[in-house]
Design a protein around this ligand. Structure first.
Ligand code: ADP
Ligand code: MG
Length: 721
């Protein structure tokens, strides 16, 4: 059955428990197949049955206090907007917070300002009403649905302080903590602002592919050049490809010639010369001329759009260790609230013990108030515990590291589709390569042609239906022999074997030979043979020569050096495979495999306890890619391979595998550090706050710092070494 996909933006999430809440409530809807929400980018993605509309998702989420906005806006736009609001809130908070801070300093150290508590009240109220409103609202909405978030803690802290101010004004004997209201709000918003700023900065670097995309192109209409929106261009239109521009649509040159930079697509660093009749692919760049091209593929199906689509869907990969951290943060806030109440009660019930501990610690810590009443100390501790405990750092530890990891990958031409894959990548000990199109370029040339001229038309018509690299190469080279395409009654592609067509009672086939023994000589030299058969009788064959990717040997050597065992699984015959295996130094070669053979062999390796990575491009690799512990799909390979790969190597450059393995190690190293610091910080800070030995303002600064620290630490992932 068909399914629908929605991308959306979630407003109002502050921490990992919010993410869980949103996801859980969407999941509850019947017909939701997949949902993923990302805290770092605040974007979500769902796959649902076609009868579910966006309205239903929206309702389910609004019920628990968040807002869903359907959006294909990029992360960059969303975050930039958010950054603006944050900055506005922070500046407002500062305008209100600065005067009262000055007054407080004067009042405390120089001159007792009369009616000082009324100033506290005025500025506190203003803070709550303006910059603080969003924080209170978020806490209220969460509270109304029996859950808590970061804003709940800050709001409680602020409200308790505000109440002490009012009680003090009413003449009750209690220290006023009114100044804390504007100041906590300033610091909280500053922390948030810095956090968003850093996120924004890291996201903006995820430009590469997105940046190539333009909204308009120039086409020729009635002999005039006009600029039109990209989505109005149709197949058959003539586009002008200007010097230096990125190609937006797939097509064929009809006038002019130029060098093209195809490195994004094929990984080939050397520019390729193309002339009339040659294909051009979106995402490549025209380097030294202007050409005219006829459009062949538009819309979603262009190479560039397919890659961008994968990136968009890969925005919210789920990573297994995330679940553990989520569970912890889920209990975290309620536990903190309980602790803050406990500390309040301890001061009132066991004043002697608390004062004892406190004066011992207070002796070493200069900021601790020495002569407060018990009640004031109780409140002081309560507020400190509320603001110090930071589920933010804990909640951010994993998503931000993964996000920066995925962006770094994307910038280097790798799309991480599945989190579990990249998490396993650091542990693999075996790697399996497919041959054609993976280790080799898949741009085969026809070395010898033993197919009769009159049969070529059938061969080309059949191969036009296939996306196999062999098929593409045959079509590209032999197309000149036949302009008109035969229509078949029935077409069937058999993965790893070839393609059948039927007209009336006659069947035509191009693909793997039935009997290899006739071609021994060719195969020993690494050539690939495809046979043309009519009604299962061999009518001719082609000898095709493939070349290794330029750095294949180097990559294999490197993999072996780090102790990974290398295998080759190919559908091609064993002799040709052996030829390439010898060049590459691969000892474990399995040839002539059907897709299910590849899968069985993989399972055998896994049963032996190996952690296996698979690299492949073909429809015959899809099942293996899906079952491997981590899989790499080649970007210009088949859609099915891309769909089943965990990581897509856009340009097919094998060196990126090494990069991915390193990146995986790095990401998980950083995550462990982040978690350590987030826990360590809470474990040290909460007891201090509990006994009243932590100033609430220091607590708030430390709290913000711990989140910022997590982001800064995660940014280290970007620095490749
Ligand atoms: P590999 O596993 O090395 O990538 P494949 O399994 O994709 O190779 O292909 C195995 C063999 O099947 C090829 O060597 C070729 O003989 C044949 N084959 C598969 N698809 C096609 C096709 N569309 N046209 C011609 N031959 C094909
Ligand atoms: Mg292949």
């Amino acid at each position: 059955m068909d399914s629908r996909k929605f991308s959306f933006y979630v407003k109002g999430m502050t921490c990992a428990s919010c993410v869980r809440n949103v996801e859980r409530n969407i999941q509850k809807i019947d017909g939701v197949e997949f949902v993923a929400v990302n805290l770092a980018t605040e974007k979500g993605f769902v796959i649902v049955n076609p009868d579910i509309g966006f309205g239903e998702l929206k309702k389910a989420v609004e019920k628990v206090g968040y807002e869903l906005v359907e959006s294909n806006e990029s992360e960059i736009d969303i975050l930039t907007k958010k950054l603006h609001t944050m900055r506005k809130d922070f500046v407002n908070a500062l305008i209100i917070g600065a005067p009262i801070t000055v007054l407080m300093i004067i009042h405390m150290f120089f001159y007792r300002i009369p009616y000082y508590e009324y100033f506290e009240f005025i500025f506190g109220t203003l803070s709550l009403l303006f910059p603080g409103r969003r924080i209170l609202k978020s806490a209220l909405i969460a509270g109304a649905h029996f859950h808590t978030n970061m804003d709940s803690l800050i709001s409680l802290g602020v409200i308790v302080s505000y109440i002490t101010n009012i009680l003090h004004i009413l003449g009750i004997h209690i220290i006023s903590f009114g100044f804390l209201v504007p100041m906590l709000i300033v610091l909280h918003l500053l922390g948030r602002y810095i956090e968003t700023f850093l996120k924004d900065k890291s996201i903006k670097e995820l430009k590469s592919l997105m940046e190539m995309k333009k909204d308009t192109v120039k086409i020729i209409k009635d002999e005039k050049r006009i600029e039109v929106p990209l989505d109005t261009v149709k197949k058959g239109d003539i586009v002008v490809v200007e010097l230096g521009s990125y190609i937006q649509l797939d097509g064929r040159i009809i006038n002019g010639n130029a060098y093209f930079d195809e490195s994004m697509i094929t990984g080939e660093p050397v520019p390729v010369f193309k002339q009339e009749g040659d294909k051009i692919v979106s995402g490549s760049r025209c380097l030294n001329n202007e050409i005219l091209a006829e459009v062949e593929v538009t819309g979603k199906d262009t190479f560039l759009n397919r890659m961008i689509e994968i990136i968009n869907q890969a925005q919210s990969p789920k990573f297994p260790i995330q679940a553990i951290a989520d569970r912890i943060t889920n209990y975290f806030i309620p536990v903190i609230m309980l602790l803050s109440i406990l500390s309040f009660l301890s001061w009132n019930l066991f004043p002697d013990i608390m004062t004892g501990i406190f004066s011992f610690v207070g002796y070493y810590l200069p900021w601790v108030p020495k002569d407060s009443t018990i009640m004031s100390m109780a409140i002081y501790s309560l507020v400190s515990v509320l603001v110090i405990a930071c589920p933010c750092a804990l909640g951010l530890s994993i998503p931000i590291a993964l996000f920066i990891g995925s962006s770094t990958a994307a910038k280097n031409g790798l799309i991480i589709k599945d989190g579990e894959g990249i998490q396993s990548a650091e542990k693999i000990d075996t790697i399996v390569f497919d041959k054609t199109g993976t280790l080799t370029t898949g741009r085969l040339n026809i070395v010898e042609n033993f197919i009769k001229e009159e049969d070529l038309r059938k061969v080309i018509s059949l191969e036009k239906k296939s996306s196999h690299p062999i098929a593409r190469s045959i079509v590209n080279t032999l197309e000149k022999h036949s302009n008109d395409i035969l229509e078949f009654d029935e077409i069937k592609e058999i993965a790893g074997s070839g393609i059948y067509g039927k007209i009336g009672d006659d069947t035509y086939f191009i693909g793997k030979p039935k009997d290899f023994s006739n071609y021994e000589k060719f195969m020993e030299n690494g050539f690939t043979i495809v046979e043309y058969r009519q009604n299962e009788i061999v009518e001719g064959y082609l000898v095709l020569g493939d070349t290794l990717k330029h750095n294949a040997k180097n990559v294999i050597d490197n993999l072996k050096n780090i102790g990974i065992e290398v295998y080759m699984f190919t559908g091609d015959n064993k002799k040709s495979a052996q030829y390439f295996g010898n060049l590459l130094g691969i000892d474990n070669i399995f040839g002539n495999l059907k897709p299910e053979d590849k899968l069985n062999l993989l399972h055998k390796l896994q049963i032996d306890g190996r952690k296996v990575a698979m690299v492949g491009d073909g429809i015959n690799d899809a099942a293996v890619l899906k079952s491997a512990n981590v899989s790499f799909a080649i970007g210009n390979g088949s859609d099915l391979a891309i769909e089943n790969g965990d990581i897509v190597i856009i340009d097919g450059d094998l060196e990126k595998i090494l990069f991915a393995l390193k990146l995986s190690k790095k990401i998980f190293g950083i995550i462990k550090q982040n978690l350590f610091w987030a826990f360590f910080y809470n474990i040290v800070a909460i007891p201090l706050a509990f006994i009243g030995a932590l100033h609430p303002l220091i607590a708030e600064v430390a709290m913000s710092f711990s989140s910022i620290n997590v982001i800064l630490n995660s940014l280290r992932i970007k620095k490749g070494e």
